[in-house]
Design a protein around this ligand. Structure first.
Ligand code: CKU
Length: 606
């Protein structure tokens, strides 16, 4: 179990959550001297930078953008006197990829993994009623012992450089909000919920984990604020007649208010928004509340101009409006868990999320995304001496992701890896542990999956049996047989799908990636690769194939929007497979998708 609570930070009558976002002092550690020179006491320089944001795209110098190493931040925070007597934490929404935190010069704690929250306990170290200095040393080096995987090389001038084994820019820094959190000594530490939906009623099973002691009471209220049920005790079942179910694109959220009391006095209170729904795979069907759904949507990225991967509330709003406009109902958080606000919005808007851990780059090759499709670059990724260390970090990320996201009705599945080298025989024990952990950590036992690239073919993949539903990333008409050969691409695609059909897995298949790079500036008749006309043709081909197989139960096109990658021959200032530009305006293909998705019924093929 994690030693800090993953509950979303809320202000309640017993808790205080103060956002520390704003301009923080900032210093890159060019000569790797920060620790020796005690920057933990205070960092040098006068530069300031916004938090949350990636640091890379603010500056005009290339050496800053490409900086790899220790990135130091500093701010001052008054820890109010009223917090004394409580447990007090600094809560980081994410620090990419690892961080050490110092309070008033003293080491306070550290965390590895760049896309999930962590709390640093400062109860003893804080100076109450006074100004405290917070210094954070973030490190953005890529390794093969942490996810996402990559390498860090050293150039001839001594500078370090990131070599990701994945296709997105190594944006880093304090990319999500930071909070000062005060929680009572005895507190609500965690909550698990599970739903049994039947005709005309629902049972809500709950488990509250308490730190310290106290009596637990719960009250469930509807969207009008009316209390519809109450319960007592840390575990139990709430029965509801005629519940409002949480439905796809038609959400309904109840509020579960939990109170912890001692001798009749409330000592902690916390509220959770919940949606009553269940998720199940049955044969080829993905069932929400017992009804089959066909997934329509995107693989996305947290990526936008200027702030990079920094959470941007305006971009989030625009993205949801575009997803609604185009008729989507789902997305995958490729290739890492996103900011918590995005799940809260998906809960409200009724979107379905395949929640992905940062298990990407587990296929060694400098340009994995390119070699992978052609069968090159397989080097037994899971057979390295360092694999056990990587697995430990991976399992930790799965634990943190599930602890954080398990109560979101929008989250319908866990994606545990993206495009791993699942042809390596040593991938089998690795996968076994990941899939077992995801099952054990989630009382809802949501379906588990991983996204498979082309080498993970019906005959060569050793791990697809672990998946409760199969996710395929396929690029027929782009990486495979693009351009004038597209006519053969369709045949080759159908041949592969026939092989899957012959295996008769009796599971749903979802395309978690398909698409083509397209420059919004290019139009050409007849079409050529990179033109908008060609993107339309590739998608039409792929959709024709999807429509031909009844076990294909979802399509999430790659990608929602153009996004930044490492520079290279294959990328024209980023990946251009977006249906929307990076500025969130439609390419021509957006209208094609809108027409298709608005016409496909939710229970398509069931
Ligand atoms: C995407 C071989 C396919 C790899 N897949 C992963 C994803 O992260 C990439 O951006 C393909 C692409 O556009 O190449």
């Amino acid at each position: 179990m994690l030693d800090y609570s993953m509950l979303y930070p809320l202000n309640t009558p017993t808790r205080t959550a103060m956002k520390l976002d704003g301009m923080w002092k900032f210093q890159l550690d060019w000569d790797d001297v920060g620790k020796d020179e005690h920057w933990n006491d205070g960092i040098p320089g006068h530069d300031r930078i916004p938090v949350p944001a990636s640091f890379q795209d603010f500056y005009t110098e290339k050496n800053i953008r490409e900086f790899t190493g220790d990135i130091w931040y500093e701010t001052e925070v008054v820890v109010p006197g009223f917090m004394k007597g409580n447990d007090v934490f600094l809560r980081f929404g994410a620090a990419t990829h690892r961080a050490s935190v110092y309070l008033n010069g003293e080491f306070a704690g550290e965390h590895e993994g760049g896309f999930l929250p962590f709390c640093i306990d400062i109860t003893e170290k804080a100076r109450y009623g006074e100004t405290n200095k917070v210094v954070v040393c973030v490190n953005n080096e890529l390794t093969e012992t942490n996810i996402p995987c990559g390498r860090t090389i050293v150039l001839s001038d001594g500078r370090k450089m990131s070599k990701p084994y994945f296709d997105f820019y190594n944006y880093s820094g304090l990319q999500r909000s930071v909070y000062l959190l005060s929680v009572p000594k005895s507190s609500i530490f965690d909550v698990d919920t599970k739903y049994l939906v039947s005709e005309g009623s629902a049972d809500i099973e709950y488990h509250v984990t308490v730190k310290g002691k106290g009596d637990v009471t719960l009250a469930l209220s509807d969207e009008d604020g009316r209390t519809v049920a109450v319960s007592e005790g840390a575990e139990g079942v709430i029965h509801l007649d005629d519940p409002h179910l949480w439905q796809v694109r038609n959400a309904y959220l109840y509020t579960l208010k939990i109170e912890l009391s001692d001798s009749g006095k409330v000592i902690d209170s916390y509220s959770l928004e919940i949606g009553i729904r269940d998720v199940r795979i049955s044969g080829k069907d993905i069932l929400i509340n017992g009804k089959p759904v066909y997934l329509k949507g995107f693989g996305k990225h947290e990526d936008s101009d200027i702030v990079g991967r920094g959470f941007n509330i305006g971009v989030m709003k625009r993205d949801f409006e575009l997803m609604k406009w185009i008729g989507a109902n789902s997305f995958r958080t490729s290739h890492y868990p996103y900011d918590e606000e995005i799940y809260r919005m998906a809960d409200r808007e009724g979107f379905l999320i395949i929640d992905e851990v940062p298990g990407v780059g587990l296929f060694e090759s400098l340009v994995n995304f390119l070699d992978a499709g052609t069968g090159k670059g397989a080097k037994s990724f899971f057979s390295k001496p360092t694999t056990p260390i990587l697995l430990k970090a991976h399992l930790r990320a799965v634990e943190e992701m599930i602890a954080r996201d398990k109560n979101h009705p929008s989250v319908i599945a866990w994606s545990l890896l993206n495009e791993p080298e699942s042809t390596d025989e040593n991938s089998v024990p690795y996968f076994e542990k990941l899939f077992a952990a995801a099952h054990d950590l989630d009382i809802q036992h949501r379906p588990r999956t991983f996204a498979m690239e082309s080498n993970s073919s019906p005959t060569r993949c050793r791990c697809h049996h672990f998946s409760d539903f199969i996710c395929l990333n396929r690029y027929y008409g782009w990486y495979i047989l693009g351009g004038y050969e597209i006519v053969d691409a369709e045949k080759r695609f159908r041949a592969e799908m026939d092989e899957w059909k012959a295996l008769d897995l009796n599971k749903p298949f979802v395309f978690t990636e398909y698409g083509a790079d397209t420059l919004p500036s290019e139009h050409k008749l007849p079409s050529v690769m990179w033109s908008q006309e060609y993107q339309n043709e590739v998608l039409e081909l792929q959709h024709r194939v999807f429509d031909s197989y009844d076990f294909i139960r979802g399509e999430q096109v790659w990608n929602f929007a153009d996004f930044q990658t490492t520079e290279g021959l294959m990328r024209v200032n980023g990946n251009k497979k977006g249906i929307f530009t990076r500025q969130r305006q439609p390419k021509d293909v957006a209208f094609l998708l809108k027409k298709r998705w608005e016409s496909l019924p939710l229970d398509y093929k069931a």
